[in-house]
Structure formats: structure tokens, C-alpha cells
Design a protein around this ligand. Structure first.
Ligand SMILES: [Fe+2]
Ligand SMILES: [Fe+2]
Length: 166
């Protein structure tokens, strides 16, 4: 594939991924405002943008490997976010006195190392067929295994804020 096409696919992948998350956020806002049908529309389009993003990713060279490779990639991405990316963002937000932004970034940084641990465990368990449920904190993204916590260890959110992943 030409360099230009690679670049355009990467651009379209990023744009569609953002649109998917943005539309989901719009859907939640519409719900909160009582516009149930409009929420449904935003959610449907969000899903459609995800379809586009995944399609582009499949074209992009070396982006989706075997599950073993993908676990390794996902693990490295979490470590990179935890060690390299978030610390800089936290520092900038702190320097600019944006405390709540700095707090959101640092919670995410803390949560990423937990994500990395889960991937590491999955890499080790790959052949063991261990079954577990996952619960995601809807406030900070902390992922709990087996049972939701009474309080999120990262942000303190109550049990009801955990969403079970099917
Ligand atoms: Fe993560
Ligand atoms: Fe949390």
C-alpha cells in the first residue's frame, strides 16, 4: 500500500473512532435531557462510525495480529500510556492550574497500569481457559475482575457505577 493511502487510512480511522465516542456522549446527553429517540439515533450512528473505523484498521498494515500478538500490543500500549503519555499530560494540566483535568488524567494513568496487569494475566493464562467476569467503572475506567467492588479503588465510585461486560 502507498504511503499516502496508509496515511489516509490512519487519518480516517482516528476521525471515525472519535466520532463514535463523541456520538455516544451525545446519546447520553440526549437521554439525560429526555430525548430517547434522538439518543437512539446518536447511538446508531456511533455504532456505524465504529464499523467504519474497524474496517479501516483491517486495511492498515500490521495493526491487527493474532490474539497473542494483540495482547502484547495492548499491553505495551497501556504501559506506554502509563509511563510516557499521561505523566506529561498531568504535568501540563497541573502547570496550568487545571486541577480537575489533571485529576482525570492521573486517574486514567493509574487505571492503565491495571489494564496492563489484566493483559499480562491473560497472556499467561491464554491456554488455561480461565473464566472470569469483568466490571468497568463508568467514572474512571478501572476494570475489576470477578465481582464489582463496593467502591472503585481508583475513584471511589459506588458499586452501582460498575458495568458488567458480557
Ligand atoms: Fe487502558
Ligand atoms: Fe472508578
Amino acid at each position: 500500500m502507498s504511503e499516502l493511502t496508509e496515511k489516509n487510512l490512519a487519518y480516517a480511522f482516528a476521525a471515525e473512532s472519535k466520532a463514535a465516542v463523541r456520538n455516544e456522549a451525545f446519546a447520553r446527553k440526549a437521554e439525560a435531557e429526555g430525548y430517547i429517540q434522538i439518543a437512539r439515533l446518536f447511538r446508531a450512528i456511533s455504532e456505524a462510525e465504529s464499523v467504519h473505523a474497524r474496517r479501516y484498521l483491517q486495511f492498515m498494515r500490521g495493526k491487527i495480529g493474532s490474539t497473542e500478538e494483540n495482547l502484547e500490543t495492548a499491553f505495551n500500549n497501556e504501559i506506554n500510556a502509563n509511563v510516557n503519555e499521561y505523566p506529561k499530560l498531568i504535568k501540563d494540566a497541573t502547570d496550568e492550574g487545571k486541577e480537575s483535568v489533571a485529576k482525570a488524567f492521573s486517574r486514567s494513568r493509574d487505571v492503565e497500569s491495571g489494564h496492563a496487569d489484566l493483559y499480562k494475566k491473560a497472556m499467561n493464562d491464554m491456554l488455561a481457559e480461565r473464566e472470569t467476569d469483568y466490571y468497568v467503572c463508568q467514572v474512571c475506567g478501572f476494570v475489576a475482575e470477578d465481582t464489582p467492588r463496593d467502591n472503585c479503588p481508583v475513584c471511589g465510585a459506588v458499586k452501582g457505577k460498575f458495568k458488567k461486560i458480557a
